[in-house]
Design a protein. Structure first.
Length: 291
């Protein structure tokens, strides 16, 4: 495989550390009665209570930037946490309003929701919010154009590549992969059942081994690695050590570009990398228009 990308300052690969802080709204979207079940709800509220600050401390100790994806609604319910994240010089990006399924919402309502979420996060953080991650559901028809109209410049939603690329409308896509998330490994609750079939929480060493293997391959091929973590799952006393050890491993190489989502997106624009005709993005776009 040949390298298609030339990273800033001659770096070999890029790493984007992403943190999704939904404060339980992601779980409530799937189990609406969750807020009335205090024991189960507390599993997700742990992120705000302990996980956020633990992850901020880890990032501060490593002197690394991260991009935090937040639903607009928590700008009101967790305003102090949003302020702490922004004050630590991390990027704030949007994760919808309340982790709703945007593909099931009429276009006009969707546009209003995007604008509302972005405005709330900008007001709470004092930042210009440019990034977006689809919280749930499928990529809607013509969604890139809708994001652009709402003031967003990049997305961190799709999984069909290892390099960032440009949508035809000009939005940058920074792909992610589930194997470098924490939720597929660590999300767990008995009732309501998360995951539905239960049986999860694997060996911590095994998970760290997966993440390290993905980084090593990313470095070998000159790719862009996204690590997507959550305060309620990785911000526990034992698992925060996985984050520290992964960062330490990546830091052993001096040719890694650690960047925020907006930094990766801006660099991608300078490269003018649009996907080829048979790219998953274009195949899916044709499918949506023909369906």
């Amino acid at each position: 495989m040949t390298h298609r990308f030339h990273w800033p300052e001659g770096k070999t690969c890029a790493v984007m550390i992403s943190i999704a802080f939904d404060d339980g709204l992601d779980a409530t979207a799937r189990a609406p009665d969750l807020p009335t079940r205090e024991k189960s709800h507390s599993v997700w509220k742990y992120g705000a209570a302990r996980g956020v600050d633990r992850m901020l401390e880890c990032l501060d100790a490593a002197d690394l930037p991260a991009t935090w994806f937040l639903p607009g609604a928590i700008a009101r319910t967790q305003g102090a946490a949003v302020s702490r994240i922004s004050a630590a010089q991390h990027e704030i990006a949007c994760h919808g309003w309340g982790t709703e399924r945007l593909d099931q919402i009429p276009v006009s309502e969707r546009a209003a929701l995007l604008s509302r979420a972005r405005g709330a996060l900008q007001e709470a953080s004092g930042q210009a919010v440019r990034g977006f991650r689809l919280p749930y559901g499928n990529w809607p028809v013509d969604f890139a154009a809708q994001l652009l109209a709402a003031g967003f410049g990049w997305s961190h939603t799709l999984q069909g590549d290892d390099w960032p690329y440009l949508h035809p409308e000009g939005i940058v896509e920074i792909p992610f992969h589930s194997e470098t998330e924490d939720r597929p490994y660590f999300q767990f609750n008995f009732a309501p059942a998360f995951p539905t079939g239960l049986s999860r929480i694997p060996s911590y060493e095994g998970v760290l081994g997966n993440w390290i293997a993905e980084f090593d391959a990313c470095h070998r091929y000159g790719l862009c690695l996204s690590v997507l973590l959550r305060p309620e799952w990785t911000g526990t006393p034992g698992r925060i050590g996985l984050m520290r050890r992964l960062i330490a491993h990546m830091r052993e190489r001096d040719d890694v570009w650690f960047a925020t989502g907006s930094e990766v997106a801006e660099w991608t624009r300078t490269q003018g990398l649009y996907p080829e005709d048979n790219h998953p993005l274009n195949v899916y776009s044709r499918y949506l228009k023909e369906a």
